[in-house]
Each structure stands twice: as structure tokens, then as C-alpha cells.
Design a protein around this ligand. Structure first.
Ligand SMILES: Nc1nc2c(ncn2[C@@H]2O[C@H](COP(=O)(O)OP(=O)(O)O)[C@@H](O)[C@H]2O)c(=O)[nH]1
Ligand SMILES: [Mg+2]
Length: 315
């Protein structure tokens, strides 16, 4: 599964990724994250402890970086994914038509999920930022409109701690969301796309909603894998049936004479593959159920839940 992060430099992408990784070193409903590359693990762990202890944040990244992870469930690998931390400042309405925008199109096309990062503070207070966000979303909307495969989109309203206290929940939250409205309405019409908006924050005092975005994406990733597995199961089963139909005494004789596997042998092989895939599928159903239960508890699908920061670091 490929996850693409979009957002200006300073919008909180690296901080979010580091905090998610740090948080999910301890199991959440049995799920943890593991960086495939040991150096990445060390870097994320160090950066996370900086955020927790001193509000020292990661430095901005100037180049495109891809990190690879395993989603683990009770120490078993259940899904592999790559997380692309986009080059800072890349997504910019004025860069249309140049190489950057071609790269962006390509990256969107090869993604299974997109995380978009907007600073809540700027969205709330800055008119030009609100206009810029509208323009960016309309560019992204053009590209995702061309996609004909399932895509999950999560819009993260970052640094939510900075606006939380003075946001009168209903009235001002709507103002914060208004630049996103036409984009959200457009993607709602698209059956391939599932979109969520989530306020997040990662500070020394605590974190808010950090785990939800990644768990929602993992849920969609597992469903995608499951669908492809179901397809493989169907193929093995059809093959096995065809081989069984072709098998018989004549087939066994031919195979004996020519020293080739008989249709019966081939059918047995397919049946073994089928059994193996069915076992994986059963396991995946369980994992899918666990993720679904976690997401249901969160109740984010129906409404955006504005809570106080969880004081998770103190736990
Ligand atoms: N108050 C607050 N500041 C944050 C938060 N996340 C990031 N920041 C600030 O935003 C800056 C940029 O974050 P970074 O993750 O490097 O952004 P990136 O360039 O998009 O990767 C950091 O140096 C922090 O000062 C947050 O949740 N709350
Ligand atoms: Mg960064």
C-alpha cells in the first residue's frame, strides 16, 4: 500500500509521521508499526522522544523521502506500506505545468491513499491561506477524478492545539472547514474515494487523534488486499475444478508414459494453494474486524469528534 503525504513545508507532515510511529510502538488494539529499515526506526524513535521531552520538532525535509513499514498485529506482519514524505512546498498552485506537477500527478496515480496536511491555525485566521487551500484542493480534485481505483483521502488539520481553546466548536469549526467543502462534496460523488477530515496535534503536552488516520488507512489497505486475495482464491478454485474435470484413468496413463504431472497432480497442487490462501483470508478477516471495531469506537465516520488532547505521554 502506498501512502502519499501532501502539504507545504512546515505544515506538520514529518511531526505527524514521527508521532504516529512513536505512538504505535506500543500496541493499539494489538497493532504496532515497524520500520523496515533499522536506521529509520532509530531516527523516528529519537525524533519522537525529542517531541515528547522538549517540543523540539523535526527539521523540514527538502527532498522526497519514502519510508517503508510493516503493520504488525500481535507481532505478526499483516500489511506492508510505504509512506512518502513529499518534498516541502511542492504542492503549489503556481507550479502547474512544470515537472513538479507532472511528478505530483504520477505520485497521486500510484497512491492508494493520500494524506493532506493543512495548518488549522492558518485555515482559521488567514484569508489568503483559505484561498490557497481551495486552489490546491481543486488541483488535487482534477487528478483524483482521473483515477479509477479505490483511493482513501485523509485531510489532517494540523497543530490543532493552537486553535482548540478559542474555537467555539460548532460555529468556528464550520468556518475552518468551509475551504474544504466543495472538494469534500466532489469526492463524495466519486464511488472510488473515501475521505475524512481529522484535527490532529502533537505537542509535548500530549497528542490528539494521531492514531486514527493511520488506522483508517490500514483498514482500507487490508480491505484492498482482501479483495485481491479473494480474486486469487477464485482463480485457484476454478483451475482446480478444471483439472479435476480433465483427470481420470486416461490422464493418469498419459502422465505415466510421458512422465509429466497428471491433471490430478495439478488439481491437488491448486487445492493446496487454495487452502493456503483461504487460511490467509481467514486471518485477514479477523484483522479487518479488529480495525473496524477500533474505528467504530472512534465514531469518526459519522462526525468529527473534537476532544481535548489525550495525555498519552503521561501514561
Ligand atoms: N503547536 C504545534 N506545532 C506543531 C505541531 N506539529 C508541528 N508543529 C510545528 O510545525 C513545524 C513544522 O513541522 P514539520 O513536521 O517539520 O513540518 P513538515 O515540513 O510538513 O514536515 C514544527 O517545527 C513545529 O514547530 C503540532 O501539533 N502543534
Ligand atoms: Mg518534513
Amino acid at each position: 500500500m502506498n501512502i502519499l503525504m501532501l502539504g507545504n513545508s512546515f505544515s506538520g507532515k514529518t511531526t505527524y509521521m514521527v508521532s504516529t510511529y512513536g505512538l504505535m510502538q506500543k500496541p493499539i488494539k494489538g497493532f504496532t508499526l515497524k520500520a523496515i529499515n533499522g536506521n529509520d526506526h532509530e531516527m523516528f524513535t529519537k525524533l519522537f522522544s525529542n517531541i515528547k521531552s522538549s517540543n523540539k520538532y523535526p527539521f523540514g525535509t527538502d527532498k522526497r523521502n519514502v519510508y517503508k513499514f510493516h503493520l504488525m498485529y500481535h507481532s505478526r506482519r499483516v500489511l506492508d506500506f510505504s509512506w512518502k514524505d513529499y518534498r516541502g512546498g511542492m504542492i503549489n498552485e503556481s507550479s502547474q505545468g512544470n515537472d513538479d506537477i507532472e511528478q505530483l500527478k504520477k505520485d497521486i496515480k500510484t497512491s492508494d491513499a493520500i494524506m493532506m496536511f493543512f495548518e488549522a491555525d492558518a485555515l482559521k485566521n488567514n484569508e489568503s491561506e483559505r484561498t490557497r487551500v481551495r486552489k490546491i484542493l481543486s488541483i488535487v480534485n482534477q487528478y483524483v477524478g482521473e483515477i479509477d481505483k479505490p483511493l482513501s483521502i485523509i485531510i489532517l488539520l494540523t497543530k490543532y492545539d493552537l486553535v482548540m481553546d478559542d474555537l467555539e466548536i460548532n460555529q468556528n469549526f464550520e468556518r475552518l472547514l468551509s475551504p474544504l467543502e466543495s472538494f469534500l462534496m466532489a469526492v463524495e460523488q466519486n464511488d472510488n474515494i473515501v475521505a475524512h477530515v481529522i484535527p490532529v496535534s502533537c505537542t509535548k503536552r500530549g497528542i490528539m487523534h494521531i492514531d486514527f488516520p493511520i488506522m483508517a488507512l490500514m483498514y482500507h489497505g487490508i480491505i484492498k488486499e482482501y479483495v485481491s486475495l479473494a480474486d486469487q482464491v477464485k482463480k485457484h478454485s476454478e483451475k482446480a475444478q478444471t483439472y479435476v474435470q480433465k483427470s481420470g484413468i486416461f490422464d493418469s496413463l498419459v502422465s505415466l508414459v510421458f512422465r509429466e504431472p497428471s491433471y490430478y497432480d495439478l488439481a491437488s497442487k491448486e487445492a493446496a494453494k487454495l487452502k493456503e490462501k483461504m487460511e490467509i483470508a481467514k486471518d485477514m478477516e479477523h484483522v479487518e474486524g479488529q480495525l473496524k471495531a477500533y474505528l467504530d469506537e472512534y465514531k469518526m465516520f459519522e462526525s468529527i469528534n473534537i476532544e481535548k488532547e489525550h495525555d498519552i505521554f503521561a501514561l
